[in-house]
Design a protein around this ligand. Structure first.
Ligand code: SF4
Length: 285
């Protein structure tokens, strides 16, 4: 049986950068605000090196210490609170997220009556950081049903969380564009931005080819990873024999009966070492 790891799976550039920063500062027991990456196994590895995961309620005890902001970014009030408490920030916000934050802020500041709409997951750390650029005024939607309820008489600026599903975003974009055009009689009151990260978007066609090239797909991710969920749904649509696992103990021997090729893939938050452990486990079976 041939077992292959998807060469395009594994940490994206933004996550790699944040993890390198955590490793570089591990000897000073750096604090990371929130889970550094949506993968509990990788978080455990970094905790053993000395990194500590903290939340905002820990801020008073961090005064005078270093605290890292992960790739998802944070809203402006986090920086203000940290500054007041003299917490030194190591900012590992992904440059792609940072650019999106700046763009949202720019369009919000153009005219506070404009509607800033963000397609993404409510409460997700990146989305909270994006909404924070608009003083909490941006509206977060995650479905066409929610898009249907939006006030269409305003100027609409539509953005997406960087890890959203490209096709679903396109559906919402087309729907709102049409609705705005019908209401105003022209295209001048609606503008949409392609803000899905290329690391996620470009993986979709490659993942589909990978899924078609194997009898079984083992997709490794954490259930909390947004892009993990989205990429796994693509695996499932493309190859029915796709299984979601978080660790080698989830592997079930019966999945591999009569299969000649197994493909292992993962999210942008899945470490390569974990996929390699899964590969070893499959081979040992
Ligand atoms: S998925 Fe893209 S935007 Fe998100 S952390 Fe990775 S590189 Fe940055």
């Amino acid at each position: 049986m041939k077992v292959e790891i998807d060469k395009y799976a594994g940490f994206c550039f933004g996550v790699t950068r944040a993890i390198q920063e955590a490793e570089k500062n591990s000897e000073i027991e750096i604090a990371c605000l929130g889970q550094i990456v949506h993968n509990a196994k990788e978080e455990e590895r970094l905790n053993k090196l000395g990194m500590k995961t903290v939340s905002k309620k820990d801020f008073p005890s961090l005064s005078g210490k270093k605290m890292m902001i992960r790739a998802h970014g944070e809203p402006p009030e986090t920086y203000l609170q940290a500054e007041k408490l003299k917490i030194q920030i190591i900012d590992a916000t992904c440059p792609v997220v940072l650019k999106l934050q700046q763009r949202i802020k720019e369009y919000y500041n153009l005219n506070k009556n404009n509607s800033i709409i963000i397609y993404g997951k409510k409460g997700h750390a990146e989305v909270n950081g994006l909404v924070g650029q608009t003083n909490g005024q941006a509206i977060v939607i995650s479905s066409i049903e929610e898009a249907e309820k939006l006030d269409i008489y305003k100027n609409i600026y539509l953005f997406s969380q960087t890890t959203s599903d490209y096709y679903k975003y396109q559906e919402i974009l087309d729907f709102l564009e049409e609705k705005s055009k019908n209401f105003h009689g022209n295209n001048e009151h609606f503008k949409a931005f392609q803000t899905i990260c290329p690391s996620v978007k470009n993986r979709i066609p490659k993942l589909k080819s990978f899924c078609l090239a194997h009898d079984i797909i083992i997709f490794v991710s954490d259930p909390n990873s947004s892009n993990g969920k989205m990429l796994f749904s693509i695996c499932k649509e493309t190859n029915q024999n796709s299984h979601f696992v978080t660790s080698p103990t989830d592997i079930d021997k019966s999945w591999f009966i009569n299969s000649k090729t197994v493909g292992i893939s993962g999210a942008t938050s899945t470490p390569l070492w974990l996929m390699e452990n899964i590969k070893k486990e499959i081979i040992s079976l």
